[in-house]
Write a protein that binds this ligand. Structure first.
Ligand code: HEC
Length: 98
């Protein structure tokens, strides 16, 4: 009998717990992570990445930073192939495929 009460008590307690799970919506942009971010990792570390002095103002692990600073970024990237990839990424973000 005691066991039943105990079980019921525990059940009540358990169901009374409400876990608020914050659902965060991630937009995983594989194109950015695979093609674009490595270019900046290679040339612009440590300043524009976590721990760097420009990370707060211009974080280069965020696609939007790249999109918003096209001119300044293309001026600093010398490799034509890398420039092309960055231009392509920015153009795609402005005209997303349907
Ligand atoms: C040694 C640290 C350091 C590295 C490495 C670095 N930056 Fe910066 N960057 C800064 C600092 C500091 C500023 C802010 C002062 C300024 O405007 O020059 C800045 C500002 C900028 C700006 C905004 C001002 C502008 O001219 O448009 C852009 C864009 C930028 N960096 C792009 C880059 C890119 C792209 C790379 C890699 C190719 C890079 N940075 C590498 C330190 C760095």
């Amino acid at each position: 009998m005691i066991a039943i009460f105990l079980a019921f008590y525990l059940y009540q307690k358990e169901s009374g717990i409400r876990l608020a799970v914050a659902s965060k919506s991630f937009q995983v942009d594989s194109n950015f992570k695979i093609e674009i971010q490595p270019i900046f990792k290679k040339h612009c570390t440590p300043c524009h990445f976590q721990g760097g002095r420009m990370y707060e103002r211009l974080p280069f692990d965020v696609g939007q930073t790249i999109i918003n600073n096209e001119a300044g970024i293309l001026r600093r990237i010398k490799d034509e192939n890398e420039k092309m990839l960055i231009r392509k990424y920015i153009a795609e973000s402005k005209h997303p495929k349907q």
